[in-house]
Design a protein around this ligand. Structure first.
Ligand SMILES: Nc1ncnc2c1ncn2[C@@H]1O[C@H](COP(=O)(O)OP(=O)(O)OP(=O)(O)O)[C@@H](O)[C@H]1O
Ligand SMILES: [Mg+2]
Length: 250
């Protein structure tokens, strides 16, 4: 059997202050190469916490009670600090629920993507700048030069989302964890972002963990889906899963 690229096995996380409160309870997830895996759940079900865990971050307020995250079959806790730093951002990257938080407000969007390309790809500045414009275009930005010269607060919601996706994929990671990439966008922009994910999977051979509260959207796009209800994985016929389907239907 092929070892999956990324997997979470039996992740159980408790609040430090209240160790009896489990935020994730025995959550497992497998991300094969080139696949889109949906993670669906209502507000507070543990989606963002799981996204953090997949990048090896245990949130400050929480403690990992059991379980592990495996990269190509190896526990990421066994990685040394240097390897882990390059793995994050280089092999697996995160697009944040709030796009503004991915960018520093005092630098232009283009400069930040360029810096990322220089830090991770070993590119010189001129080459990194060319690639930065290419990735903005790949992310569906029509006028990459104008967007690159802007600051994050100057961009519309759809452009922010695209710029953040460009930032997340410019290092050519194998896995993108996308935390609610469309929940702040209207239906038209949602559809365009979903089309973009299909393109990125094809062009970059990217695996995507697509986190959303919209079960209908995920079912159209994902190869497999994990449904979270209060930190637990449940089956598709769970009543709360059905509620997510009708609430998110387009
Ligand atoms: N720092 C914290 N301290 C205490 N509880 C927390 C903390 N961070 C998250 N939680 C709790 O953990 C649970 C899961 O939160 P999480 O942000 O992972 O949910 P989510 O599914 O991403 O929600 P949303 O759809 O609103 O983004 C929630 O009940 C939340 O209140
Ligand atoms: Mg969240």
């Amino acid at each position: 059997m092929n070892t999956p690229l990324l997997a979470a096995r039996g992740i159980t996380l408790a609040l430090r202050e209240r160790p009896g409160t489990l935020i994730l309870n025995d959550v497992s997830l497998v991300v094969p190469r080139g696949k889109i895996i949906g993670v669906v759940g209502g507000s507070g079900s543990g989606k963002t916490t799981l996204a953090c865990m997949l990048l090896g971050f245990v949130p400050e307020a929480m403690r990992l009670k059991s379980g592990q995250v495996l990269w190509e079959g190896k526990n990421i806790q066994a990685m040394d600090a240097h390897t882990l730093r390059h793995w994050r951002g280089g092999r697996v990257s995160l697009s944040f629920q709030e796009p503004a938080s991915a960018f520093d407000p005092v630098f232009t969007v283009g400069d930040q993507i360029t810096e990322m390309l220089m830090a991770h790809g070993g590119n010189g500045r001129a080459r990194a700048q060319e690639k930065m414009l290419e990735f903005l275009a790949l992310a569906g930005v029509d006028d990459p030069r104008r967007v690159a010269a802007g600051y994050v607060h100057e961009l519309s919601g759809g452009l922010r989302q695209r710029a953040m996706i460009a930032l997340a994929v410019c290092t050519r990671p194998a896995v993108l964890v996308a935390d609610e990439p469309t929940s702040s966008l209207d239906v038209i922009l949602q559809a365009r972002i979903m089309a973009l994910f299909r393109t990125l999977r094809r062009e970059l051979d990217l695996s995507i963990v697509l986190i959303t509260h919209d079960l209908g959207m995920v079912q159209r796009l994902a190869d497999a889906t994990v449904i979270l209800v209060r930190g637990r994985v449940v089956a598709g016929d769970h009543p709360e899963a059905q509620a997510l389907l009708s609430a998110g239907g387009m």
